[in-house]
Design a protein around this ligand. Structure first.
Ligand code: PBG
Length: 377
């Protein structure tokens, strides 16, 4: 089998003598050497590199592994999402997302304090309301749940970064992210001023960043103009640029009561605005458009099925880039961990590392606070 005496090929078409010349660009020896069957071919490939190269040397001790580590994760890269609702003293468990809650704003202040103590410096707010209508009137109310919570958090914890999700799905009676016309079609252009007003109400309350997640065309530009015209030039935009139509949002929709309502003339899913999971080039176009429209940071969502998109976005644009480990990605790990089928901490840190390795600068995850605790131990 793998005998030491197997000679290296002497008549390799790549020519040259030194074995090292073939290291980065294996000669046809690699796949197409002459004769000898698969074992011989493998042997020749191995012979070209071994024993000069022993990758295991870099893994021989904890100190060596650390020294050779290419990707590092830190608390400052984390964003923790929260759900806020009306009421006082409310901390209501979300069944589909064990360990996550719907908070009233006073309860969220206590939570924000522990988040900050754990060392996470940014949070993202999702607003919930029972008072929904076709026009999403409660989405842009200056006294709505999100502006109110933003004011309170920024007053108590001015150095904590507050980001707000900008979307209509939690505020529309039909559950879609934009307005619908009488035929049940999404009214893209009519939705833009509503989204822009929603972003404005968050920014006026003191949000550091607004994060449109609706996937309407042109919304980043509409929001940027609205903010600038109202003297909010410093409010940044984190755009959910490549947001896929994903089954992994399932647990979130239970958390936010934001699934499309099942009725006649109401689209049953979000396929006309969220992206087809099969598409890659389109994601890059979406990201490019958002950068041109004035986004300060772009996002790929979900994260794990779309690490290739993250990597391409990093290589193509080299622009601030976020990955969102979504509710379904959280729930999968939680459920398996609860059954004792995997180690939650190790699995979560692996997914986080994968996002950073793929090219993200920052990661939104419901595990953010837990991760901060693990990283300090
Ligand atoms: C709202 C919104 C969704 C998520 C973030 N913003 C749900 C959706 O598009 O249906 C998903 C987040 C998650 O699953 O964690 N449009």
């Amino acid at each position: 089998m793998f005998q030491k005496s197997t000679p290296p090929p002497s008549s390799s078409p790549a020519g040259g003598g030194g074995e090292n010349e073939n290291f980065f660009f294996p000669s046809p020896v690699y796949g197409g050497g002459q004769g000898g069957g698969i074992e011989n071919k493998l042997m020749r490939t191995v012979n070209t590199h071994f024993p000069q190269h022993r990758p295991r040397r870099a893994r021989s001790s904890e100190a060596m592994r650390r020294l050779f580590q290419e990707t590092h994760v830190s608390k400052s890269q984390l964003i923790m999402p929260y759900f806020v609702r009306e009421g006082r003293g409310v901390k209501e468990p979300i069944l589909s997302m064990p360990g996550q809650f719907r908070f009233s704003s006073d309860a969220l202040l206590r939570e924000a304090e522990s988040l900050q103590k754990a060392g996470v410096k940014a949070l993202l707010l999702f607003g919930l309301t029972e008072d929904k209508d076709k026009k999403a009137s409660k989405a842009f109310l200056k006294t709505g749940i999100v502006p109110k919570t933003v004011r309170e958090v920024k007053k108590r914890f001015p150095e904590l970064l507050v980001i707000t999700d900008v979307c209509l799905c939690a505020y529309t009676s039909h559950g879609h992210c934009g307005l619908l016309n009488a035929d049940g079609h999404i009214e893209n252009d009519a939705s833009l001023p509503v989204l822009a007003k929603t972003a404005l109400s968050h920014a006026e309350a003191g949000a550091d960043m607004v994060a449109p997640s609706d996937m309407m065309d042109g919304r980043v530009g509409a929001i940027r103009r609205m903010l600038d015209e109202n003297g909010l030039k410093q409010t940044a935009i984190l755009s959910y640029s490549a947001k896929y139509n994903s089954s992994f949002y399932g647990p979130f929709r239970e958390a936010a009561h934001s699934a499309p309502v099942f009725a006649k003339k109401i689209p049953k899913d979000r396929k006309t605005y969220q992206m087809n999971p099969a598409n890659r080039a389109e994601a890059l176009r979406e990201i490019e458009l958002d950068i041109r429209e004035g986004a300060d940071m772009v996002m790929v969502k979900p994260a794990l099925c779309y690490l290739d998109i993250l990597r391409e976005a990093r290589d193509r644009f080299n622009f601030p880039l976020a990955a969102y480990l979504v509710s379904g990605e959280y729930a999968m790990i939680k459920a398996a961990a609860q059954k004792g089928w995997l180690d939650e901490r190790a699995a979560v840190l692996e997914t986080l590392t994968a996002c950073m390795r793929a090219g993200a600068n920052t990661v939104l995850t419901y595990h953010a606070k837990d991760i901060a605790g693990w990283l300090s131990n």
